[in-house]
Design a protein around this ligand. Structure first.
Ligand SMILES: Nc1ncnc2c1ncn2[C@@H]1O[C@H](COP(=O)(O)OP(=O)(O)OP(=O)(O)O)[C@@H](O)[C@H]1O
Length: 285
C-alpha cells in the first residue's frame, strides 16, 4: 500500500515536562481526503508544523510519499501544497510579488491555473497581503497551493474565516483535485460538516494523542446516537456509551457498540450520528 503520509511516534514538548504531542501515529493512504479534528490546543497545528519542518519534534519519524522530509526536502516541497492561516506569506508584498516568489520555487508552476483561481476568488493582485481579510488571505493561499500541480495538500483550518459560498466552492475544488489518481488531502478543521461532505478518513487528536484514525463510513457505522427513557439504563449498559447525558426522565448518548445496543436496548431510538456528535462525545471523556 502506498502512503502519502506516515507519522510514527511523533512527540513534541515546547517546554520541559509539557508534552503537546505524546507519540502519535498517523497513516494516510494516497488518493484520499483525510480530516484532522480535535478541540482547541489538541496539537493539530503542531503536528502539521512538524510535518512541514516548521517545528522540530523531540521524537518520531515522518515520511511523505515514503521518503523522509528532511532528506528529500526539495523534492517533497515541490509535491505538496500548503494552506496555513498565517505565518508564511510576506505581509508587505503585493499578491503579484508574493506569487512571483512562490512560482519560482516550483518546477511545475501553472500560471493559467493561478490566474483562474485569482479571478474566481475575486482577488486583486495589486493589493498587499496585509490588506487582505482573513478569508481573502485563505483564498490567496489556496490559489498558490493549487497552482503547482501538488500531489498532497496539507492545510491547517483552510475553511475558517470563509463565508458559506466560498466554503462550498472550496469543497468543490477539493472534490475536483482528488479526481486525479494519487492526489491526497490532509486538513485540520473545526467545521465538521465539511468532513461529513468530503472526508474519506477521520483522525481525531485529543490532548496530544490520536483517539481514532478511521475510514469515515466505518466510524459512523459503528457508532449510534441513542435516545430513550432512563428506566432502561442499567449499570451494565451504561458502559456501552462513549458519552451519556441523563435529563429528567430521558437520556441521550453516543455508543460505539451500535449492534449490541440495537439488540439489547430495543426500546431505545438509535440514530445515525454526525462527525460532530462523535467528536463531541470523545472530547468529553
Ligand atoms: N510556539 C509554541 N510555544 C509554546 N507552546 C505552544 C506553541 N505552539 C503551540 N503551543 C501549545 O501547544 C498546544 C497545542 O497547540 P496547537 O496549536 O498545536 O493545537 P491545535 O489543535 O492546532 O489548536 P487549535 O484548534 O486551537 O488551533 C497548546 O497547548 C499550545 O498552547
Amino acid at each position: 500500500m502506498d502512503y502519502a503520509l506516515e507519522i510514527k511516534g511523533l512527540e513534541k514538548c515546547y517546554s520541559k515536562g509539557n508534552k503537546v504531542l505524546k507519540g502519535i501515529d498517523i497513516k494516510i493512504e494516497e488518493g484520499i481526503v483525510a480530516g484532522f479534528i480535535g478541540m482547541n490546543g489538541a496539537g493539530k497545528t503542531t503536528t502539521i508544523k512538524s510535518i512541514l519542518g516548521l517545528v522540530v519534534p523531540n521524537a518520531g519519524e515522518i515520511k511523505i510519499f515514503g521518503k523522509s522530509f528532511k532528506e528529500n526536502e526539495k523534492e517533497i516541497k515541490n509535491r505538496i501544497g500548503i494552506v496555513f492561516d498565517n505565518g508564511y506569506l510576506y505581509e508587505d508584498l503585493k499578491l503579484s510579488e508574493m506569487k512571483q516568489i512562490f512560482a519560482a520555487a516550483y518546477t511545475k508552476w501553472d500560471e493559467d491555473n493561478y490566474k483562474k483561481y485569482i479571478k474566481n476568488f475575486e482577488l486583486n493582485e495589486k493589493q498587499k497581503v496585509k490588506e487582505l481579510s482573513k478569508g481573502m488571505k485563505m483564498k490567496f493561499s489556496l490559489a498558490l497551493a493549487l497552482s503547482h500541480h501538488a500531489d498532497l495538500l496539507i492545510m491547517d483550518e483552510p475553511t475558517s474565516g470563509l463565508d458559506p459560498k466560498i466554503r462550498k466552492e472550496f469543497l468543490d475544488i477539493i472534490r475536483e483535485f482528488i479526481i486525479d489518481v494519487g492526489k491526497t488531502v490532509f486538513f485540520s478543521t473545526h467545521i465538521t460538516t465539511d468532513l461529513d461532505k468530503i472526508a474519506d478518513q477521520i483522525i481525531m487528536l485529543n490532548a496530544g494523542e490520536v483517539i481514532f484514525n478511521k475510514d469515515k463510513d466505518i466510524l459512523i457505522d459503528e457508532h449510534a446516537l441513542v435516545k430513550g427513557d432512563k428506566t432502561i439504563l442499567t449499570n451494565d449498559n451504561r458502559k456501552w456509551f462513549v458519552a451519556l447525558e441523563e435529563r429528567g426522565f430521558s437520556f441521550e448518548g453516543l455508543t460505539n457498540q451500535r449492534e449490541r445496543v440495537r439488540q439489547e436496548m430495543k426500546q431505545a431510538l438509535c440514530e445515525r450520528p454526525t462527525i460532530e456528535d462523535i467528536m463531541v462525545a470523545y472530547m468529553g471523556r
